[in-house]
Structures are given as structure tokens and as C-alpha cells.
Design a protein around this ligand. Structure first.
Ligand SMILES: Nc1ncnc2c1ncn2[C@@H]1O[C@H](COP(=O)(O)OP(=O)(O)OP(=O)(O)O)[C@@H](O)[C@H]1O
Ligand code: SF4
Ligand SMILES: [Mg+2]
Length: 335
């Protein structure tokens, strides 16, 4: 579907992926309801890029990240990583492939075992995958500490002896241990002080260059991913509603929801203030999605067609993808 002209080759290709949860059974399953956490998402992540994924709480960002990581099974759809569909891999091959995809979480404290010293936290993946032992293991752990900017003495300490930012550095070191190709960063800086956030973002940017990493970077808002991302995908209610190069998306959002997300944060340039329409209303009840375009009850541009017909994610005149019958900023051209 996406055909960028000069992009590097795809690393991760997600096709029609869905994750539906069946909630509540009741007598004879009468009250069973389906929650579509991720619904028929198509997405390609290219080698070496950072793809930001944004959207309000509950829109399915983490579920999509977990699907990429194979932490949860898809209800339907396929994921191809490095030209190999996950579904075609044997259990052993899948275990090996999984080394190539790692994750960094929002809360480094709860994702680090408090009883293990930093040395053992960083050594664990290397031991599990029998990559290093003895002196080689110590050297590798020291390399990792250096790469994430922690002193070597950190190896003998426990997670609680570190600040949030330092703990996130340990989390990043652990993710790097197996020399992955792709790292899914699920809100890695949102729990940190603002001053620390930029240090961690700079570190991630440096590591990307040094280790030729590809990132998927998840956050609620566009500003949180703007610095680090090359492209940004906007999610609403389990679907992707727009994907575009960062600049185009920020300067000329095509989907009204993207525009709303942008306007929901303070805009620094005075001429931009008050120009855009902020988000109104709440995200819909996940068990009762609105008809047609699920965004229509909140959309300031909704027309009759919008409540009747669901728009699909399709290329616009400028090459980006958006799921809207009346996309914005298309030079007056609306399909
Ligand atoms: N294990 C589960 N069982 C049932 N529903 C789930 C489960 N995990 C997630 N959900 C639901 O799926 C939807 C998407 O959740 P998800 O955690 O992916 O959203 P998110 O965009 O990461 O939100 P946040 O920004 O708050 O982290 C939500 O409605 C959530 O309640
Ligand atoms: S399809 Fe209609 S309701 Fe949906 S985002 Fe576009 S204009 Fe708004
Ligand atoms: Mg989440």
C-alpha cells in the first residue's frame, strides 16, 4: 500500500493486524462484548527510521507495540520481520528472531527486577541466549554501561539506588544487550522529569546512529515524538488515521484528529494560536463504536457521509496516508 520513492527497505511489515478482546461471558455467553484494541492496522517500519505512534489513552498504542514484539497473539493479520513472516517460523526460530526486537517501557522501575544488581540485569539476556560468559560477559556488560552513559561502578548497585533517568538508562542498556535491529519504545520518557527527558532522547538518538537501530516510539502527544521521529502514525480507536513524514504531519495535518491532537497542546508561534481546532468530547465507549467514521461525533468537519461510511486509510495527493473523507490541507482538493 505505501510506496515511498527513496526509502530504505522495510524491516517490519504489518498487514491487517487486529487484536480483539472478548470481555464478559455471562449466562450462555449472552453478555459477551468485543473490544477492538487494534483493528485491521497496516503499517510498515523502514530500516533505520524512527516511527512515532501517537494517540489518546486507550487507542491501542501499547497493544500494537506488544503485537510487534510478539508479546501477545494477534486475532488476525500478519507480521513480517526482516522478510520473514512470524507465522512461518518454528518455535526455536521465533525465539532467535525475537532477539532482534526489544522493548523499552515507560516505567523502568517496575520493568527492572529489584532483587538483581545492575550487572545481572544487563547480563541476563546474554546468559539466557548463551551469548557470553566469564570475562567476555563482564566486558560486554561494561560496554553496555558505557554505551548508555553509566559509570562502571553502577554494575554493583541495585535499581532502587538510581534515579528515574538512570534506571531508564539501565532499561535501554538491557534492550541493547542482544544487539537488536528494532526497539519498540513505549512512552520511555513520559514518567521522567522534563530536564531528564531530553537527555534520554539524545541518548536514544545517539544509540540509533551508533548501532544502526530502528525505533518505534510510542507517546500520547505529537510533541513527545516530534524530536526523535522521521515519520509519525496517528492512532484513534484501534485504527491508524494518518501516517506522514513528521514535518508534513505537524505543519499540515490532513486528518481532523491529528489537527485536534496538535491543538490540544500549547502552540508557541503566536500566529498559530487559536487557528486550529482542539479536541472536544471524550473517546467513544469501546463497546459501542460510532457508525461510519468513528471520529465523527468529535469532528468539527463532519458531514452527512461521515456517519454513514467508514473512510479507509488511503494515499492523498501529497503521498501521505489518511483515513478521512474530507482531508485537510490538501490545497482545497477534497476527495
Ligand atoms: N488484556 C486486555 N484485556 C482487555 N482489554 C484490554 C487488554 N489490554 C488492553 N485492553 C484495552 O484495549 C484498548 C487499548 O489499550 P492499550 O493499552 O493498547 O492503549 P494505549 O493507547 O497504550 O493507552 P495508554 O496511552 O493509556 O497507554 C483499551 O481500551 C484497553 O482497555
Ligand atoms: S471522515 Fe468525516 S468525521 Fe471522519 S475525520 Fe474525516 S471529516 Fe471528520
Ligand atoms: Mg500504552
Amino acid at each position: 500500500m505505501e510506496q515511498p520513492v527513496s526509502r530504505p527497505s522495510p524491516l517490519l511489515e504489518i498487514r491487517e493486524i487486529s487484536k480483539h478482546y472478548e470481555i464478559g461471558s455471562g449466562f450462555l455467553g449472552r453478555n459477551k462484548q468485543v473490544l477492538k484494541a487494534v483493528d485491521r492496522v497496516d503499517l510498515t517500519v523502514y530500516q533505520g527510521e524512527t516511527l512515532g505512534i501517537v494517540g489518546e489513552s486507550g487507542c491501542g498504542k501499547s497493544t500494537l507495540g506488544n503485537l510487534m514484539m510478539q508479546l501477545t497473539d494477534a486475532t488476525s493479520g500478519t507480521i513480517t520481520f526482516d522478510n520473514t513472516p512470524f507465522s512461518q517460523l518454528s518455535r526455536e526460530m521465533l525465539r532467535r528472531k525475537r532477539r532482534d526486537i526489544q522493548m523499552i517501557f515507560q516505567d523502568p522501575f517496575s520493568s527492572l527486577n529489584p532483587r538483581l544488581k545492575i550487572f545481572d540485569i544487563l547480563a541476563e539476556p546474554l546468559r539466557t541466549h548463551r551469548i557470553a560468559e566469564g570475562r567476555q560477559l563482564t566486558e560486554r556488560v561494561h560496554e553496555l554501561l558505557e554505551a548508555v552513559g553509566l559509570p562502571l561502578q553502577s554494575a554493583d548497585r541495585y535499581p532502587h539506588q538510581f534515579s528515574g533517568g538512570q534506571r531508564q538508562r539501565v532499561g535501554i542498556g538491557r534492550a541493547l544487550a542482544l544487539k537488536p535491529k528494532l526497539i519498540v519504545c513505549d512512552e520511555p520518557v513520559s514518567a521522567l522529569d522534563v530536564s531528564i527527558q531530553s537527555q534520554i532522547l539524545n541518548l536514544l538518538a545517539k544509540l540509533q546512529k551508533d548501532y544502526q537501530l530502528t525505533y518505534v516510539f510510542i507517546a500520547h502527544g505529537i510533541p513527545a515524538v516530534a524530536y526523535i521521529s522521521d515519520r509519525i502514525a496517528v492512532m484513534y480507536f484501534g485504527r491508524i488515521v494518518e501516517i506522514a513524514d513528521k514535518r508534513a504531519l505537524i505543519e499540515r495535518p490532513a486528518h481532523p484528529y491529528t489537527e485536534g491532537l496538535m491543538a490540544s497542546v500549547p502552540i508557541s508561534a503566536p500566529e498559530q494560536r487559536g487557528r486550529k481546532k482542539g479536541l472536544v468530547g471524550e473517546t467513544p465507549n469501546p463497546f459501542q463504536p460510532p457508525s461510519g467514521c468513528v471520529f465523527h461525533p468529535r469532528c468539527p468537519y463532519a458531514q452527512q457521509r461521515c456517519s454513514a461510511e467508514a473512510p479507509s486509510l488511503a494515499p492523498l495527493a501529497d503521498g501521505r496516508l489518511a483515513a478521512c473523507h474530507y482531508p485537510l490541507n490538501q490545497g482545497g482538493v477534497r476527495s
